[in-house]
Design a protein around this ligand. Structure first.
Ligand code: PMP
Length: 425
């Protein structure tokens, strides 16, 4: 019989250690915001498979749609023989993406692939090579996306050399004393010291940095980036792999800044637990790449498209954006209350239901509490709550609970965080 211990020792022998694992536990089954491990222990899931389960584990509509699709066709490769649900999904994403202009979509498999393709498209459309990304940003584990990522450990250390023509600007952060002006000045410095704006194809930004610590980009900063891009003919790419599919209270987080990027990458919760990603963007920009330049064998797989269409239906039928906002408000209130009690909580931040708390000694942002964060994760796990950390210093506890979560589970999760912090005090 399998148990956590036996599976963990088999894993340690069979699986490369470079594949991290936040918790040495193994799932037997999962439903909505609950997981049961192979030892029969139940957990409330505040991690959502790293932002993949905005509609919860195995939403009945998603399961039903994938089962129905299996009875028809599971793979043809869209580049060989098309199928309708790819087209329908593209149509729906084109409508959902902000911007009063014609849009087109390409479907892919992983978030990193979407980002790679967005950069390819931007380079083809502008005839320029440079890309500006942000310190603390995360865009994936492939060579180009590692190059774009602005966090050394564990993502970049020992994997270089990285692709050329990528530059990192500062990301605004009140807690760290980086103002919007500082961040804009850092882009200006890149224009003067590294690459002229006329050679920059794109600026890529996460509207809320995910792995980088759930740092929302201020609205005024997003607007300034839009103006800067327009001034210099640079394309603005929003990487919404983590923030998209309703995570922040709007379908795409960038909607809340009142601007429209030229390209959006999205993945994770888009297909409710199935591997699917997309680049959605201005039709004429997307069409800068000729036939054969985009795609992938599994890209836009029919099972994943069926799942994604069901996810979009769930958002409509269950008014999940509205529910997500309520979940976000409830959580923020709960976390703010915790911040009053515990002086290790330096900041509660995020956007809508994409929330996190940064842990520091005596609320001092210069003294990140990474060990306490690790201990909180393992103590909470013992009490039945799955949490994840993030941030360049590993001291941010992030919450990516399904938006379909029961409010009792939400409260129980908050209670477990409080009880764990009390134990660790
Ligand atoms: N971009 C962002 C903003 C992400 O959060 C992630 C995944 N954490 C990626 C890209 C990469 O996605 P994937 O792991 O599916 O390649």
């Amino acid at each position: 019989m399998n148990n956590n211990q036996s599976l963990h020792s088999r894993r340690q022998k069979a699986v490369a250690q470079g594949v991290g694992q936040a918790h040495p536990r193994y799932t037997a089954s999962a439903l909505n915001s609950h997981m049961t491990d192979v030892d029969g222990r139940d957990y409330i899931d505040f991690a959502g498979g790293i932002a993949v389960l905005n509609t919860g584990h195995r939403h009945p509509r998603v399961v039903e749609a994938v089962k129905a699709q299996l009875d028809h066709v599971s793979h043809t490769c869209f580049q060989v023989f098309g199928y309708e649900n790819y087209i329908t999904l593209a149509e729906r994403l084109n409508t959902l993406a902000p911007g009063d202009f014609e849009k087109k979509t390409v479907l892919l498999t992983s978030g990193a692939e979407a980002v790679e393709n967005a950069v390819k498209i931007a380079r083809a459309a502008t005839g320029r090579s440079g890309v500006i990304a942000f310190q603390g940003g995360y865009h994936g584990r492939t060579l180009l996306t590692m190059g774009l990522t602005g966090k050394v450990r564990p993502y970049k250390a020992s994997f270089g050399p990285f692709p050329a023509e990528i530059f990192h600007a500062r990301f605004p952060s009140e807690l760290e004393g980086v103002s919007i002006e500082d961040a804009l000045e850092s882009i200006d410095a890149i224009f003067h010291c590294d690459i002229g704006p006329e050679d920059v194809a794109a600026i890529i930004i996460e509207p809320v940095q995910g792995e980088g610590g759930f740092r929302p980009a201020p609205k005024a900063f997003m607007q300034a980036l839009r103006t800067l891009c327009d001034e210099h003919g640079i394309l603005l790419i929003c990487d919404e792999v983590q923030t998209g599919a309703g995570r922040t209270g709007t379908f795409f987080a960038v909607e809340q800044s009142g601007i429209a990027p030229d390209l959006i990458t999205t993945a994770k919760s888009l297909a409710g637990g199935f591997p699917l990603s997309a680049v959605v963007g201005r039709a004429e920009v997307m069409d800068a790449v000729g036939p054969g330049g985009l795609g992938g064998t599994y890209a836009g797989n029919p099972l994943a498209c069926a799942a994604a269409l069901a996810v979009l239906d769930v958002f409509e039928e269950e008014q999940l954006l509205e529910r997500g906002k309520k979940v976000g408000e409830h959580l923020r209130q709960g976390l703010n209350k915790l911040a009053e009690e515990f002086d290790c909580i330096a900041e509660v931040r995020g956007m809508g239901p994409m929330l996190a708390m940064e842990l520091c000694e005596d609320r001092d942002p210069k003294r990140p509490a990474a060990e306490l964060t690790r201990n909180l994760l393992s103590t909470a796990l013992e009490m039945g709550l799955v949490l994840l950390s993030c941030g360049p210093r590993g001291n941010v506890v992030r919450i990516l609970v399904p938006l379909t979560v029961d409010f009792e589970d939400l409260d129980r999760g908050l209670e477990i965080i409080a009880e764990s912090l009390r134990k660790l005090r």
